[in-house]
Design a protein around this ligand. Structure first.
Ligand code: AP5
Ligand code: MG
Length: 199
């Protein structure tokens, strides 16, 4: 099974991907996580400003990665443009679109913390870690992402609406879009997803 997660920054793609990867036992491929691991200062600069890495680079990176997956995948953060979507047309996928308001996104992102080591995702109010600054799962250090500052969040939302939101109509036309309201708790959202899979 191939699953694409589509939605604004902070809509819960990473949170639901963790659950889906466990449930279906397929890999979670997050282009954001891959890029954050890069040691290239040019890439780190793009991320810290909330801009997009070029389509050509992203398409090459993702195509190489998908070629290794024979039993399906959860793709989180790709495609983000029409050109990226066109590039993976040969992988029939269900596209889960997480619908959410910008205001809720701003709260979620400003209070997010992420494990430096296993990438687990927390929220200081909605999903607080048991011990401050320490990952419940692996004991790694929790930090705030460099792009989770208010001014960068605003820029990420702007680019999302300009370049990524058109993919909603693109996949609806293709017949592969499944809309999931993403304003409930993570558990509620996960149940809604499973229900749409008939599970
Ligand atoms: P990426 O890492 O993909 O960032 P993003 O799309 O901005 O999304 P986020 O990871 O911020 O949010 P999310 O939807 O995963 O939400 P989460 O589950 O963490 O990309 C980063 C950057 O890389 C981009 O800006 C770009 O520069 C570059 N990039 C990546 N892919 C690219 C591509 N294809 N092309 C070009 N450039 C690319 O949840 C957020 C918070 O809310 C957490 O604290 C969580 O605990 C909380 N939360 C989640 N769900 C709920 C809920 N239901 N109720 C309450 N709280 C919740
Ligand atoms: Mg994410």
């Amino acid at each position: 099974m191939n699953i694409i997660l589509l939605g604004a920054p902070g809509s819960g793609k990473g949170t639901q991907a963790e659950k889906l990867a466990k449930y279906f036992d397929i890999p979670h491929i997050s282009t954001g996580d891959i890029l954050r691991n890069s040691t290239d200062p040019r890439i780190q600069n793009i991320l810290s400003e909330g801009k997009f890495v070029s389509d050509d680079e992203m398409i090459e990176l993702v195509k190489k990665r998908l070629a290794k997956e024979k039993n399906g995948f959860i793709l989180d953060g790709f495609p983000r443009t029409i050109a990226q979507a066109d590039a993976i047309k040969s992988y029939p996928s269900k596209v889960l679109y997480f619908k959410i308001d910008d205001e809720l996104v701003k709260n979620r992102l400003s209070l997010r913390r992420t494990c430096n080591s296993c990438k687990a995702i927390y929220h200081l109010e909605n999903k607080p870690p048991l011990h401050e600054s320490k990952c419940d799962l692996c004991g790694g250090i929790l930090t705030q992402r460099q792009d989770d500052k208010d001014v960068v969040i605003a820029e990420r939302l702007r680019i999302y609406h300009e370049k990524t939101a058109p993919l909603i109509a693109y996949y609806a036309k293709e017949g592969s879009l499944v809309e999931i309201p993403s304003d409930g708790t993570p558990e509620e959202t996960f149940k809604k997803i499973l229900a749409r899979f008939g599970l």
